[in-house]
Design a protein around this ligand. Structure first.
Ligand code: PLP
Length: 441
């Protein structure tokens, strides 16, 4: 089994020198968990500037769906770069954007006609969803969820409710958004137990919110992640989305799903909402869509995407090179990688569940496909969050050559490329097992 190889003290001398320059010139707002300086990569394997070899279970924050530098994606990028780098879909036409819109509509859930808007990032896709919902409904209010992360532009940030640091000193934000509890069953906000609860958290909107504070006929959209990402890889029970959707439809409210992290095959289906048998009105996409090239997309029912020329656009949105990379990515997802995400996701989940049996500190294992989280606790009884232990596991794993990220306050996130092999899963599990043993001995 191929394992990471660490030859220098971390960070190595070249990485150290670059980080010193970074500290001087780059914005201090970034949240680097450990001193990894990437030089080159292929698949799940990454080399740093000092020649150390790492196994990447982050995929660049769930972006490199096809693995780093997949030859088919790189080839598509090179060919497009030779032909046309930019012409702005805002004012002109070009084949790659048109073909990608056609393709995205064909893979989106539901049979009704749809249209696509292109931006450059997840935040821009959410921002566009937010604006489109207002445009189409002419309503001013929105419902979003605690734990949600929708991005950091002012509109998307207003919908975000993940960490206060993300909002500190930025108020006032966009008004009219009410955040409510998500179906976080491991820590049910209402102290109920699924399935006896009958997804009280979803019914609560109709039973309490609409009776006391929010006139439903003024609500434009319910904006929700099918599986919460940054909030802790929280996977709700199926009835959660089904009930929310029914409520939305009862009052002419749009159901907007943010698939920026969960979409593009990561969960073992093209979109995470496909697991829940719900056909949303609007889908926001980014991250995995173009294997690392910047691209955001919004797919909406055609009768909802009814805004007029000039009402929303972006110079770079739907760049030809990113669109070609997305077409190559979707081709790979459809041919083999979604199926692989399902198979290897099960292997990873099973491995984590086995580890949970052995290690008291793993309180919960959850998620779908290759969007899996393991929540760390002080003990199973109190479920007190073990944030320091989570951070220590991630830091120690890095020292052993495994790249991981956290999410939520105390959850380890597993979001490898969808090309991951059984051996790579086993390598990851064996490193984490060793690290947890060493830290909890
Ligand atoms: N929505 C979700 C669900 C996300 O996970 C993220 C980023 O993590 C965003 C939106 C924002 O995406 P970006 O960082 O590309 O703006």
């Amino acid at each position: 089994m191929k394992m990471p190889m660490i030859k220098t003290k971390l960070p190595g001398p070249k990485a150290r020198a670059l980080i010193d320059i970074d500290n001087k010139y780059v914005s201090p707002s970034y949240t680097r968990s450990y001193p990894f300086v990437a030089r080159k990569a292929r698949g799940l394997w990454m080399e740093d500037t000092d020649g150390n070899l790492f196994l990447d279970f982050t995929a660049g924050i769930a972006v490199c769906a096809t693995g780093h530098c997949h030859p088919q994606v790189v080839d598509a990028i090179k060919k497009q770069a030779d032909m046309l780098l930019h012409m702005s879909g805002t004012d002109f036409y070009y084949p790659s954007q048109i073909r990608l819109a056609e393709k995205l509509v064909s893979i989106a859930p539901g049979k009704k006609p749809k249209k696509v808007y292109f931006g450059n990032s997840g935040a821009e896709a959410v921002e566009a969803a937010f604006k489109l919902a207002r445009w189409h409904t002419r309503r001013e209010l929105n419902i979003a969820f605690f734990g949600a992360f929708h991005g950091r532009t002012m509109g998307a940030l207003s919908l975000t409710a993940s960490k206060t640091i993300q909002k500190k000193h930025y108020n006032p934000l966009v008004p009219g958004i009410t955040h409510i509890p998500y179906a976080y069953c491991y820590r049910c906000p209402y102290h109920l137990t699924y399935p006896k609860c009958d997804v009280y958290c979803a019914h609560w909107i109709e039973d309490t919110l609409f009776r006391t504070t929010i006139p439903p006929e003024e609500v434009a959209a319910i904006i929700v992640e099918p599986i919460q990402g940054e909030g802790g890889y929280v996977s709700p029970p199926p009835e959660f989305h089904q009930t929310l959707y029914r409520i939305a439809k009862n009052y002419g409210i749009l159901y907007v799903v943010d698939e920026v992290q969960s979409g593009m095959g990561r969960t073992g289906k093209m979109f995470a909402i496909d697991h829940f048998d719900v056909v949303p009105d609007i889908i926001a996409l980014a991250k995995g869509i173009a294997s690392g090239m910047p691209l955001g997309a919004l797919i909406a029912m055609a009768d909802i995407m009814d805004w007029e020329a000039g009402s929303h656009a972006s110079t770079f949105g739907g760049n030809p090179v990113s669109c070609r990379a997305a077409l190559a990515t979707i081709d790979l997802l459809e041919k083999e990688l979604i199926a692989n995400a399902d198979v290897q996701g099960r292997r990873l989940e099973q491995g984590l569940r086995q580890m949970q049996e052995e290690h008291e500190c793993i309180g919960d294992v959850r998620g779908k496909g290759l969007m899996l989280g393991a929540e760390l606790v002080k003990d199973r009884e109190s479920k007190k969050p073990a944030a320091k232990l989570r951070n220590a596991i991630i830091a120690k794993s890095f020292e052993k050559g495994l790249l991981l990220l956290g999410c939520g306050a105390n959850t380890m996130r597993f979001s490898p490329a969808l090309t991951v092999s059984a051996d790579e899963i086993d390598a990851c599990l064996s490193i984490i097992d060793d690290v947890i043993k060493a830290l909890t001995r």
